[in-house]
Every structure is written in C-alpha cells, then in structure tokens.
Design a protein around this ligand. Structure first.
Ligand code: DX5
Ligand code: ZN
Length: 223
C-alpha cells in the first residue's frame, strides 16, 4: 500500500472529536487507528464499541481497530458488527493454538485481519502466521499508553518483519505503532514499514492535519 500515517485517536480530545477527524482527513489520512484496552492485557482502559459504532457511521474513514484485550475471540463479532474494518489482535493475548483460526474468522467476516506483537516478542513469530494476516503490527512501545519513546530496536524489528513478509506474504501491510513522530518516522519508513500509527504526534498537536502532513513528508524522503 501507499505509505501513510494512521492517526490514533487515543490522544484526541474526546469532547471535540469531529473537527480533529475532519482535520486529519483533509490532510489526506484515510485510516483511523482505534485502540481498545481492557485493563487486563494492558494496564489501561480506553475506548470501545459505542465509539467505534459512531465513528463507523460518521467518520468516513477506514477503522483500524487494535484490540489490546485478553482472549479477543470473545469480542471479534461485536467489533465487526460495530463497524471495524480492520481488526488486529495480539499474539500474546490469544490462548495457545487459537490464533490461526481466529485470524481466519476475522477474514471470514469480511474484515482485514491483523496480528500485533509486543516489543519483547521475537519477530520470527510472524513466520507462522504471515499467510493468515492482512496486517502485521509491530509495537514499538509497550502497549497501553500513548506518548512513550520509540523502541531502540524498532527499526531492526521492522526490517526483520519486512523480510518475513516479503518472503511469505508480500501483500500484508506492515504497520508500526508507538513513538512515531517527526524524528522516528523516517527510520521506520526506511526499514520497510508502510503504515505509521501516530497518536500524540498528531492529536497531541494543536493542528492535527498539519501534523499529518509534516509526518507524511518525512515518509516520502525515502520514496
Ligand atoms: C499504545 C497504542 C498506540 C498509541 C500510540 O498502546 O497502541 O496506538 O496511540 O501513541 P503514540 O503515537 O503517542 O506513541
Ligand atoms: Zn495502537
């Protein structure tokens, strides 16, 4: 896919969401990243189904829903019904042996199926599941909170993931999430990421649209 920024609403002002979404759309963003946290898989609780339902009805954006919840199988249908377009689950959150089936289930519902790995999980894990994934999401911070620093090993992990996907599933979108800003995005892009999830460096700024444009320019340095 064309390399692009996916703004993450975790860092948005929820009292005034609409103009912020219009701002990133006007700047060319078409994919909105939505972080769902359950207070168990990660030590934080964020947003869920009602917000996704209204975003699906009104935002006009592709909803890239990142489930940071234990045993996500329990909620896959509910998120699909709420209007998620992409649904990403964590390798570490799925009970042993259930991941391949779960990714297939997500695809069978007509959604793109994503697999995410935490910074401590070996990238080689992706090899086993690459063929069942439409998105591979490399976390470059420990999941749970925005505005954390980019993993020092982030670029090399992205490079390793790129090599695996080129070999096993070149159509799979390689996405990076955590600590993406104007300093880190070029490195992640050079390493082979295509989708750059950015929360605080977009919605933490006074003009989210201008922030998307600035980040996008840094991606294009490579191309
Ligand atoms: C963290 C979330 C991220 C978060 C990134 O657990 O998965 O999507 O919004 O925030 P920043 O871009 O501020 O690191
Ligand atoms: Zn996320």
């Amino acid at each position: 896919m064309k390399p692009q920024v996916a703004p993450s609403i975790l860092s948005a002002n929820f009292y005034d969401l609409r103009p912020q979404i219009e701002s990133v759309k006007a700047a060319g963003a078409s994919i909105l990243h939505v972080d769902v946290m359950d207070g168990r898989f990660v030590p934080n609780i964020s947003i869920g189904i009602p917000v996704i339902r209204t975003l699906s009805m009104y935002s006009g954006m592709t909803l890239d829903v990142h489930l940071m919840i234990e045993d996500p199988k329990r909620y896959v249908k509910a998120f699909a019904d709420a209007g998620a377009d992409w649904l990403t689950v964590h390798y570490e959150a799925v009970p042993q042996g259930g991941l391949e089936k779960l990714l297939k289930e997500i695809r069978a519902m007509g959604l793109k199926a994503g697999l995410s790995i935490k910074p401590d999980t070996p990238v080689v894990t992706l090899e086993r599941f690459a063929e069942f994934c439409d998105i591979a999401l490399i976390m470059t911070v420990p999941p749970g909170f925005g505005a954390q620093p980019y993993d020092a090993d982030g670029d090399s992990r992205i490079r390793a993931a790129r090599e695996i996907l080129d070999r096993l599933n070149p159509g799979c979108i390689l996405s990076v999430d955590g600590g993406i800003d104007t300093h880190t995005i070029a490195g992640a892009s050079g390493a082979g990421a295509e989708l750059f999830v950015a929360g605080s460096s977009v919605f933490g700024k006074p003009d989210p649209g201008a922030a998307v444009k600035e980040l996008t320019e840094r991606i294009e340095i490579k191309y």
